[in-house]
Design a protein around this ligand. Structure first.
Ligand code: HEC
Length: 146
């Protein structure tokens, strides 16, 4: 190998090292969490303040409101008005994922009150809410959550 060829060889070798180092760095950078866009609530009959407590009592042991925090269940930030099974970083059961359903008032209340009736294969197992007042309050809280 003459000197010029050796320099060329070293040059391409170091370029390859730089490229693979960059690839390793980008593989280690976590992907940004999947987020839904917020939608204002159409039906104002729920009480968002009462919804804070109701959410803690009936939903909070499984659901978070922070994007990316999907431990026992998908986070619910921006859920109102969003497509069911939307998050790319949560593994939903098949029926929700394929439903193409929109989480409007009617569908959210139906699901909160009786998830298995809506999607028999759903992973969401909950205690029955006392009545749809709680469901409306929770929905109002979720829709107004910043
Ligand atoms: C015991 C745990 C648990 C509780 C309590 C619970 N959930 Fe869930 N929830 C889940 C799981 C698990 C899923 C994922 C369902 C699936 O993939 O089938 C889910 C899914 C959902 C979804 C669909 C999310 C999406 O991205 O499409 C909504 C809406 C929802 N829950 C609302 C609620 C509300 C509101 C409450 C309180 C009234 C509640 N959940 C209480 C576990 C829970």
């Amino acid at each position: 190998m003459n000197t010029k060829r050796r320099i060329n060889f070293i040059g391409s070798l170091s370029a390859a090292i730089v490229v693979s180092a960059l690839m390793m760095i980008s593989a280690c950078t976590p992907a940004p969490p999947s987020t839904r866009s917020p939608t204002p609530l159409a039906d104002p009959s729920g009480d968002p303040v009462a919804g804070v407590e109701a959410f803690k009592t009936y939903c909070g042991q499984c659901h978070e409101l922070t994007p990316g925090l999907n431990r026992r269940a998908p986070n619910l930030k921006g859920i109102y008005g969003s497509k069911a099974g939307f998050l790319g970083d949560y593994e939903y059961s098949a029926q929700i994922k394929q439903s193409n359903l929109l989480w409007n008032e009617e569908n959210l209340i139906r699901y909160m009150m009786a998830p298995k009736q809506m999607f028999p294969d759903t992973k969401m197992l909950v205690d029955q809410l006392p009545d749809d007042k709680q469901a409306k309050d929770i929905m109002a809280f979720l829709a107004t959550h910043p």
